[in-house]
Design a protein around this ligand. Structure first.
Ligand SMILES: O=C1C[C@@](O)(C(=O)O)C[C@@H](O)[C@@H]1O
Length: 270
């Protein structure tokens, strides 16, 4: 009898980025927990919980949920306090616009102005910039962010459907060419084939096109598997929740950590 040969495993990795004490693009996908509060008190209470929870690696400060979302002075003052609460955990600042599934509408001009003001406050580690906003505004914001030592996650969202695999690949490659440090897309599946499209596109980018860290997800319960399987397919970051979800399909942080660990051990054998 012959013994089965060991399968050759070839998993590609990102070029890692280290921010504060978190390395993105190496080992298990890193877990981001978003704030969902509308008031300063609510957000600070969430930041305290996120800062103290070992299953949270980064915090996303979702400013579109705030009652004072477009008031740069108030958003900045609270942002500094949030950063102080979470200490070593990197802070991602995101204004998710209504057209991409967020809480509030904002003009591209006001979006750019708000981001440029907040960049100057020096509490942001990573800035989420939507790729389909005005190109001139994007260019200005990305340039200012990089000059301030802030990484840019460029993002695209489709809360209605899942585009073709080739379209997902094209968007992520465009983000790469627009100067993003992290490439991100969130799409809504209607069947298992849609989930496979997102995961296929992720693997294609990782294997053939870019070594930048990826943040890709298929949303809803159907897509939740894509939030768990990143270490296999090349997704380096994943959103979890503590209490309230900021998008459909997010998994509780403790459960998320367990599954990420299970996949990691299966993959690496220790
Ligand atoms: O863009 C994203 C991804 C997300 O929509 C999700 O599906 O987990 C959650 C948002 O908070 C974040 O800004």
């Amino acid at each position: 009898a012959t013994s089965a040969p060991a399968a050759a495993v070839n998993v590609r990795h990102a070029q890692p980025i280290t921010i504060r004490q978190t390395t993105i693009g190496e080992g298990m996908p890193k877990v981001i927990i978003p704030t969902t509060g509308a008031t300063a008190d609510q957000v600070l209470a969430q930041a305290k919980v996120i800062g103290a929870n070992p299953d949270a690696d980064l915090i996303e400060y979702r400013i579109d949920y705030l009652n004072f979302a477009t008031d740069a002075a108030q958003v900045g003052a609270l942002g500094k306090q949030v950063a102080g609460e979470v200490q070593a955990k990197p802070l991602i600042l995101t204004f998710r616009t209504q057209s991409e599934g967020g809480a509030k509408a904002i003009s591209d001009k006001a979006y750019g102005k708000l981001y440029l003001a907040l960049i100057k406050d020096h509490f942001i580690d990573i800035l989420d910039v939507e790729m389909f906003r005005d190109p001139a505004v994007i260019h200005q914001v990305v340039t200012a962010a990089h000059a301030a030592g802030i990484k840019v996650v460029m993002s695209s969202h489709d809360f209605q459907k899942t585009p073709a695999t080739s379209e997902i690949v094209a968007r992520l490659r465009k983000q790469d060419s627009m100067g993003a440090d992290i490439l991100k897309i969130a799409v809504m599946p209607h069947d298992s084939g849609d989930v496979v499209k997102l995961m296929d596109a992720t693997a294609q980018i990782r294997n053939d096109y870019s070594r930048k860290p990826l943040l890709t997800m298929s949303m809803g319960g159907l897509g939740a598997i894509s939030r768990l399987s990143g270490e296999v397919f090349g997704d380096d970051l994943t959103f979890g929740m503590i209490g309230t979800a900021s998008a459909p399909g997010q998994v509780d942080a403790a459960q998320l950590h367990q599954v990420l660990k299970t996949v990691d051990v299966a993959l690496n054998g220790h």
